[in-house]
Design a protein around this ligand. Structure first.
Ligand code: XUL
Ligand code: CO
Length: 438
């Protein structure tokens, strides 16, 4: 039985369409820079928001109407929910999804029971993957919701909690492998702290590194070849999250010899919570060789917490796609995972479609604009021109390592004053970018 009987398969109808259940820009087989859009974008639906988001907030009860839910935390209900989820992805034309272990299956009283429940649900996930061809972009373990993780998981002062988390990730890796996952994400959850009075930061970070090395070793042991990612986030739930931004993550990975095994999964609103914007995070990760995947959403700068809204801003998606085209030629083996939820006032199932269609179209348009900007080359030429003093003469010599403080002093003493600066032309550049947008 269909969960969405009134909703057709969403089709591309072109920019003039006024059909709210159609794409205006996402045309999966259309080539951009020689590749079908679907292969560049690799859209993914986040199971946790789409199927488990209730609309509850700290001030109010759940609001979502989800007719397929029985209200019971049973395996049968969980399995039905999986089938509904795959029907949703199929109708939307999304080819990937992501999940946490505890999103898909009921927890149990013991670890063994949790694992058995997960196996029962994974069977149906596998069936549905085979039926639909929809694939797993990445799996992850929820190491933050259960009260045992109140002080963290891999960074808990309680060694038993570290052991429990290790066992949970072991199982999550097995399941991700079983489902053919293209990746596995570590978002730090409660890996951070509130006060140094009770925190041995060095010891906690050593433990986190040990934990990630164990994950790498176990993946090798079972033959899981998917990409590992760390997802930076600066706050929420803890005040100081250890993986606070791209630079902090990369430093941590290098300090502990993990840099070969991990890339970053950059999330838009995590970047803004860190006081950056997403293009800064993408550029930083990209130039260091750590650009992996993206959790697509947006925040609300007037609110300042992790609102996980769907992205509808073409400037934002253009910048994201420019970074991915520049550094990777696309996102594979990562993708665009909508780590986003409908507002609690948007409580009907059809709102899930509107939300994802909007996000996908905004990304598709951003991709096309980014490709056009790259093809025209005007912005690139302006950038090159701005650094042209480094292309010959003294600049080229410095870059080639031919100078030191003494020789540069001699150069400047002879010359007397530096060449005049050129305008940065920010406003002109912004006007040129606007030509592509409107
Ligand atoms: C939390 C967040 C997570 C991760 C996966 O802010 O983004 O949903 O993406 O654990
Ligand atoms: Co995320």
């Amino acid at each position: 039985m269909s969960a969405f009987p009134d909703i057709p398969k969403i089709q591309y109808e072109g920019p003039d369409s006024k059909n709210p259940l159609a794409f205006r820009h996402y045309n999966p087989d259309e080539l951009v820079e020689g590749k079908p859009m679907r292969e560049i974008l690799r859209f993914s639906v986040a199971f946790w928001h789409t199927m488990r988001g209730t609309g509850a907030d700290p001030f109010g009860a759940p609001t979502m109407i989800r007719p397929w839910e029985s209200g019971q935390d049973t395996i049968e209900n969980a399995q039905r929910r999986i089938r509904v989820f795959f029907e949703f992805c199929e109708k939307l034309g999304v080819e990937f999804y992501c999940f946490h272990d505890r999103d898909v299956a009921p927890a149990g009283a013991t670890l063994a029971e949790c694992n058995r429940n997960l196996d029962e649900v994974v069977k149906v996930m596998k069936e549905e993957q085979e039926r639909t061809g929809i694939r797993l972009l990445w799996g992850t373990a929820n190491l933050f919701s259960h009260p045992r993780y109140m002080h963290g998981a891999a960074t808990s002062p309680n060694a038993d909690v570290f052991a429990y988390a290790a066992a949970q990730v072991k199982k999550a890796l097995e399941v991700t492998k079983e489902l053919g996952g293209a990746g596995y994400v570590f978002w730090g959850g409660r890996e951070g702290y509130s006060t140094l009075w009770n925190t041995d930061m060095k010891r906690e970070l050593d433990h986190l590194a040990r934990f990630l090395h164990m994950a790498v070793e176990y993946a090798q042991e079972i033959g899981f070849t998917g990409q590992f990612y760390i997802e930076p986030k600066p706050k929420e739930p803890t005040k100081h999250q250890y993986d606070s931004d791209a630079a902090a993550c990369i430093n941590f990975l290098r300090a502990y010899g993990l840099e070969k095994y991990f890339k970053l999964n950059i999330e838009t609103n995590h970047a803004t919570l860190a006081g950056h914007n997403v293009e800064h995070e993408l550029e930083y990760a990209g130039m260091q060789g750590f650009l992996g995947s993206v959790d697509a959403n947006t925040g609300d700068l007037l609110l300042g917490w992790d609102t996980d809204q769907f992205p509808t801003d073409v400037y934002l998606t253009t910048k994201i796609m420019l970074a991915f085209l520049k550094y990777k030629g696309g996102l594979a083996p990562g993708g665009v995972n909508f780590d986003a939820k409908v507002r609690r006032e948007s409580f009907e199932p059809i709102d899930l479609f509107y939300a994802h269609i909007g996000g996908m179209d905004t990304f598709a348009k951003g991709l096309k604009i980014a490709a056009q900007i790259r093809a025209d080359g005007e912005l690139q030429r302006m950038l090159q021109q701005r650094y042209s003093s480094w292309d010959s003469g003294i600049g080229a010599e410095i870059e080639a390592g031919k100078h030191n403080f003494r020789t540069l002093e001699q150069y400047m003493l002879a010359k007397g004053e530096a060449d005049p600066n050129q305008s940065g032309r920010q406003e002109l550049i912004e006007n040129i970018v606007n030509r592509y947008i409107f």
